[in-house]
Design a protein around this ligand. Structure first.
Ligand code: 6PG
Length: 249
């Protein structure tokens, strides 16, 4: 099931994303006793993370039952300004009462291959013998249609049998090497949510949603049995033809 919600601006989009996070957390904790969420990197989700750390949002989450993972991480130290972990720590993790043992950081500093193996072991330790199935995966989308660190040229797009893969700098279009969840791991989630904002993403959003299939990595994201939600601001949605998706908050 796919849902597209268009918000008038980035702040209402952040409110929508934070409200969705709270609802998914409450539902997962009620049914399973815990909430496993893989956070997105990049800049778009920052406003959502900051909002979640403030009242009245923060008090509506039982942080003691939340387990935080990442969709991808750059191969840098945890304190590097490029680190997705550092961004999430500064905007959210250090501002809410989340137990340290509930933070399952991707060890980017160990490099793409060793780091991917280590993270797969971390997922196995948490999910046991079951294939990792997050309650919620938050994703961004690049202008080239990449998501997490599934770039157009990356071998990680072809990985079918592992939940985590390494991405070399070359595969990442000259960006820094990364570790990423594979499409198969993301698609096993109960709920996958894209957060996309800005006019510079409008052409890509149109291509991903209304263009031919298999053109963009983001088109590989199709939850096996879970829900897919796209939270767009009006700018990112401006080239979509399907006016039925207009449902600003
Ligand atoms: C990363 C992200 C990446 C990001 C997109 C969009 O590590 O860079 O995981 O997939 O979500 O590149 O980035 P912006 O939100 O900054 O546009």
């Amino acid at each position: 099931m796919r849902e597209i919600i268009v918000f008038p601006d980035e702040s209402s989009q952040a409110d929508g994303a934070a409200t969705l996070f709270i609802a998914d957390a409450a539902s997962a904790i009620a049914s399973d006793g815990w909430f496993s969420v893989a956070l997105a990197g990049g800049s778009t989700p920052e406003s959502t993370y900051r909002l979640l750390a403030t009242e009245p949002y923060a008090e509506r989450v039982d942080w003691s039952r939340v387990h935080v993972f990442w969709g991808d991480e750059r191969c840098v130290s945890a304190d590097d300004p490029q680190s997705n972990y550092r961004m999430t720590r500064e905007t959210l993790l250090e501002r809410v009462p989340l137990p340290a043992e509930n933070i399952h950081r991707m060890p980017g500093e160990r490099g793409p291959e060793e780091g991917a193996r280590a993270y797969a072991a971390e997922l196995a330790a948490f999910f046991g013998s079951r294939w990792p199935a997050f309650h919620l995966v938050l994703l961004g989308m690049g202008r080239d249609g990449h998501t997490a660190s599934l770039f157009p040229a990356s071998q990680a797009l072809q990985v079918q049998d592992r939940p985590v893969a390494g991405v070399t700098a070359g595969e990442a279009g000259g960006r820094i090497a990364r570790i990423t969840l594979t499409a198969q791991a993301i698609n096993a989630a109960d709920h996958v949510v894209f957060l996309v904002a800005g006019v510079e993403k409008a052409a890509t959003v149109k291509g991903v949603l209304e263009g031919p299939p298999d053109q963009y990595p983001a088109q590989r994201i199709s939850p096996t049995s879970g829900r897919l939600t796209l939270l767009l601001d009006r700018e990112a949605a401006q080239r979509l033809e399907r006016t039925k998706w207009e449902s600003g908050q």
